[in-house]
Design a protein around this ligand. Structure first.
Ligand SMILES: CC(C)(COP(=O)(O)OP(=O)(O)OC[C@H]1O[C@@H](n2cnc3c(N)ncnc32)[C@H](O)[C@@H]1OP(=O)(O)O)[C@@H](O)C(=O)NCCC(=O)NCCS
Length: 171
């Protein structure tokens, strides 16, 4: 989790490796994560909601930061008994499609395997084709739908779940 990993920025004309590492969220990172939320979602989590996550015993946020502690992406997981719920995952717009979200999700997949969770599950907008493709690539399958789950705009939620067999290794 502390290891730096290279990722190529997709900023036109400025493609160069940007090393980053995955770290647990701390209070100092919260304002940047709230900004990323605002960039990514119509109903973003507030700073207060993120501080509450820090206090929660059942939740954990993992953050991709560069060498200057600039937040590049983040993801949030809540665990109840043997069930894992992926709350949020977001990557800075200019750094998408470089494998960052896959790295963040990979932390949760390995955690789920190590803790012998039965499954990881999440909700996603049907219009969010990028996220659906990301989850399908990591073994999540569409298992249900919640009618009018989202606001702004109103939209159903697709439920996606990755089940784990006791002997299965996470990817
Ligand atoms: C969804 C999101 C987190 C993906 O982050 P990312 O770092 O770009 O994802 P990755 O680079 O790890 O992509 C992994 C795979 O997901 C799929 N994928 C990701 N973005 C895609 C896109 N725009 N179109 C199609 N497939 C896409 C691809 O299969 C990709 O693998 P590939 O690049 O080898 O083809 C990012 O687009 C984002 O932050 N969106 C806004 C916030 C959001 O909607 N979060 C999800 C809420 S449910």
């Amino acid at each position: 989790m502390q290891e730096f990993k290279p990722v190529m920025a997709s900023v036109p004309g400025k493609a160069r490796p940007i090393p980053y590492r995955l770290v647990p969220m701390d209070r100092e990172l919260v304002p940047q994560i709230a900004e990323l939320e605002r960039q990514s979602f119509s109903l973003p989590w507030t700073e207060q909601m993120l501080y509450d996550e820090l206090e929660s015993l059942n939740s954990s946020c993992i953050v991709a930061v560069d060498g200057d502690r600039r937040v590049l992406g983040y993801a949030s997981l809540t665990v109840a008994a043997d069930e894992g719920y992926v709350n949020n995952i977001a990557v800075r717009r200019e750094l998408r499609r470089q494998g960052l979200a896959s790295d963040l999700l990979g932390v949760f997949l390995r955690f789920a395997q190590a803790r012998k969770l039965a499954f990881l599950t999440l909700e996603v907008r049907p219009s969010n084709l990028a996220a659906i493709a990301l989850y399908e690539k990591h073994g999540f399958r569409q298992v249900g739908r919640r009618k009018n789950y989202y606001d702004e705009p109103t939209e159903d939620a697709i439920l996606m779940t990755r089940f784990f067999q006791p002997e299965e290794g996470a990817q």
